[in-house]
Design a protein around this ligand. Structure first.
Ligand code: SAH
Length: 413
């Protein structure tokens, strides 16, 4: 088993979340327990999303006691929660290790996606993104990524803290999809990402098929090449955001390291070897990359690669000057791409708004109260959010921001 992934946090035992079913069986054997105890543990850790060993009631009391002494579950605390009236919910989760990560639940007619963060902060420094403003803090373990999904599942089934607001919408809210599109560059955290994907897929784990999992990268070329070799039927999304090196260098510093003449062939190879359609993400920024000539250049760039373009109108971030494009510019852009025979979708706009661009909630909370561990949770009316103490002054504005939604609407052909 990978030592890094199960490093016990200060004052805690070995973290079981992030271990495979086989590893849990091995753990059980080392305790002198039968193998089925390990399988039972997998069931309680993953399927039942147990918060505490005390919840594992079918296990004998002596076993639970031993677990309490030697092991940990890595359960997070919901530190802040914002929910838009359409049901999109953004969580700030405090991890037992002391950091906080953002996780988003996006309801769909057929279920719901959890948008998982792969790192605390981010090293990519994309010019329009809030996640990287404070730099990279650390990568998340596989168990911490699993916990993001489990925290949402607990909330959906009403098993979390009773102070939290209940999910908006009635019934049928389930986690059916995972998108690794939260804070961080997942391919820079490759081994933990892969372990997470395997646990997410496993029937003894989260039980979310690979075909319902998307991983989004800023264009970390060695990771794309490595992932191609794993041959997992996940969807790879590549954040392009600009059709030429000059502009992409300005928006995404990673382009200086892996320019388009390396990235595009890696995408082509990924699509060819996996036989799966890539998603090219393109954040539209007013008067920066949203003009018809950019759309035409984009078409030239990706022509012939099995893929589709997902246009994302910029979600403005207070710290950056960039603005959302005009709806007319989005429409024009989409028509040019679609007219060239490339499927295109526009990320939906959802009702009212929450601090949904990557990293915004975490930033706001950290600014309002640096001693994050001390935060109180306080339900409020109106915006349906739970705020940490001290957020009063930094009230969220409900200006028309685009949440981090993933349901897509086809552009007119
Ligand atoms: N590092 C990975 C995954 C995290 S970002 C990546 O770059 O793909 C997930 C997506 O959100 C990326 O396409 C990113 O460029 C986009 N994004 C970041 N900030 C945004 C903003 N303010 N508005 C719209 N999309 C944004």
């Amino acid at each position: 088993m990978s030592g890094q992934d199960h490093r016990p946090a200060a004052g805690q035992g070995l973290c079981l979340k992030g271990m495979t079913s086989e590893e849990l069986q091995e753990f059980a054997r080392r305790q002198g327990w039968p193998d089925y105890r390990g399988r039972q543990l997998a069931e309680w850790v993953y399927r039942h999303a147990a918060q505490d060993f005390a919840d594992m009631t079918p296990l004998p009391a002596a076993v639970r006691r031993r677990l309490q002494e030697t092991a940990a579950l890595g359960t997070s605390q919901v530190q802040a929660l914002q929910q838009a009236p359409d049901g999109t919910a953004k969580f700030l989760l405090a991890l037992p290790g002391g950091d906080a990560v953002e996780t988003v639940f996006i309801p769909h007619s057929y279920g719901g996606s959890v948008c998982v963060s792969s790192q605390v902060g981010c090293a990519m420094q994309c010019a329009f993104c809030a996640s990287g403003i404070g730099g990279l803090v650390r990568s998340l373990s596989a168990g911490e990524m699993v916990e993001e999904v489990l925290a949402v599942r607990r909330w959906l089934k009403g098993a979390t803290d009773s102070e939290l607001p209940r999910p908006v919408g009635t019934g049928g809210l389930r986690v059916t999809h995972v998108v690794v599109m939260g804070s961080g560059e997942p391919l820079q955290n490759y081994d933990n990402l892969l372990r997470f994907l395997r646990i997410a897929e496993a029937p003894w784990g989260l039980g979310i098929g690979f075909r319902r999992i998307t991983v989004s990268t800023a264009g970390w070329v060695p990771g794309i090449r490595r992932l191609a070799e794993e041959d997992l039927p996940i969807t790879l999304a590549v954040s392009l955001h600009a059709p030429d090196d000059g502009l992409r260098n300005q928006l995404m510093p990673i382009n200086r390291r892996f320019p388009l003449d390396q990235l595009i062939p890696a995408c082509r190879q990924y699509a060819q070897s996996s036989g799966r359609r890539l998603t090219f993400e393109y954040v539209l920024i007013r008067d920066v990359n949203d003009r018809p000539e950019h759309a035409r250049q984009l078409v030239q760039l990706i022509r012939g690669i099995l893929g589709h373009v997902n246009l994302i109108p910029l979600n403005p971030v207070a710290e950056h000057p960039w603005q959302r494009p005009d709806p007319g510019a989005v429409e024009r852009f989409a028509r040019i791409v679609a007219g060239a025979g490339i499927p295109v979708t526009v990320r939906r706009e959802m009702g009212t708004s929450i601090d949904a661009a990557c990293g915004q909630l975490r930033r706001r909370v950290l600014q309002a109260a640096p001693e994050t561990a001390m935060m109180a949770r306080e339900p409020r009316t109106g915006g349906l959010w739970v705020a940490p103490q001290g957020l009063g002054e930094a009230r969220l504005d409900y200006a028309d921001r685009l949440p981090h939604g993933h349901r897509e609407i086809p552009a007119d052909q």
